[in-house]
Design a protein around this ligand. Sequence first.
Ligand code: HEC
Ligand code: HEC
Ligand code: HEC
Ligand code: HEC
Ligand code: HEC
Length: 214
Amino acid sequence: MSLAVVQRRAELGVKLALAAVFLVTALAFALLIWRGHEDTTQNEVAEQPIPFSHKHHVGDVGLDCRYCHAQVEEAASPGFPSTQVCLNCHSQLFAGQPMFEPLRESARTGVPIAWNRVHRLPDFVYFNHSIHVAKGVACIECHGRVDEMPLMRRVSSLKMDWCVQCHRNPLPHVRNPADVFSMRPLNESDAATVRMISKLQSEQRLTDCSTCHR
Ligand code: HEC
Ligand code: HEC
Ligand code: HEC
Ligand code: HEC
Ligand code: HEC
């Protein structure tokens, strides 16, 4: 081998090494930005077409979750209230106010209000509200004190770790199923809670990959 060839090979080697270092750094940064992005969305409020307040409607007016999230006991997804539900009160109350324009427009056109989602799992995860609610896992366990939220925010990470941590030992998190809509803290001595506990599945089953990835 001539000296020139060795030199060219050495240069190529250095270039490849540099390219590799560059790629790894770029990936690390991308991951950092992605993680950072995820962290800031947790606990941040989402802007909405109408500044709807759970604090006012749940905390002050005292409405039950099911008044607006009617399917939460039967369906995988609780869904959002129809425009008609808001109009039950706001066809009169504050009806003319500018902030209610999206409501009036929805009533005119029949197109539902486009609420921005605060919680969203990836498509490859299976989740079901009715199962949790029926087994006595209260809204407050996953969504926090929504009755104190002027604008909705997500208090849980929704990461796999978070789900699995509870599935490993759900007992301290379940209560009387009749009480799941309450914003009161869990009452350990509740007899129905104890009955509920004895009916839970094995932890093994709950942490199987196929329980959440079907
Ligand atoms: C008067 C109607 C009404 C009542 C009562 C109500 N909600 Fe809502 N909820 C809404 C509307 C409208 C939205 C969409 C706007 C928003 O995110 O604030 C929403 C959004 C949510 C979200 C966020 C959904 C997402 O985007 O991921 C959660 C969680 C939620 N509600 C939980 C509850 C719980 C728990 C209760 C009972 C303690 C409750 N809500 C009672 C109307 C209501
Ligand atoms: C059962 C009656 C009732 C229903 C149903 C209802 N509201 Fe209200 N809403 C009220 C009352 C009462 C107030 C005044 C609350 C206050 O000022 O403490 C209010 C206030 C508001 C306000 C003014 C800002 C605030 O929060 O004080 C907005 C915006 C609002 N509601 C939006 C909605 C939307 C959107 C829906 C449907 C998802 C809805 N409301 C359903 C009774 C209702
Ligand atoms: C075990 C945790 C858990 C419990 C308990 C729970 N939620 Fe949720 N909730 C979630 C997750 C996770 C999502 C996101 C689901 C998705 O993206 O498919 C969500 C989404 C929602 C949404 C968004 C709309 C939709 O159709 O997805 C609403 C509204 C909501 N929850 C209301 C409630 C109410 C009301 C209760 C109590 C009756 C409740 N949740 C109990 C975890 C929970
Ligand atoms: C606070 C506790 C808690 C959290 C958080 C939680 N779960 Fe659960 N989960 C339960 C309990 C309790 C059951 C009911 C177990 C039983 O039926 O015995 C359950 C049941 C389930 C089931 C039905 C299992 C079956 O096949 O019957 C699925 C699917 C599920 N959870 C998915 C999830 C996912 C996905 C998350 C995270 C996004 C999550 N859960 C977060 C407590 C929790
Ligand atoms: C109780 C529900 C639950 C169980 C059980 C579960 N996962 Fe997940 N998994 C999730 C959720 C929620 C996500 C999405 C959020 C995230 O990425 O952390 C996820 C994401 C993932 C991802 C995407 C990579 C990532 O970190 O973003 C992989 C791969 C995965 N799970 C594999 C598994 C395997 C393998 C098992 C069994 C050992 C398992 N999961 C058990 C809920 C679950």
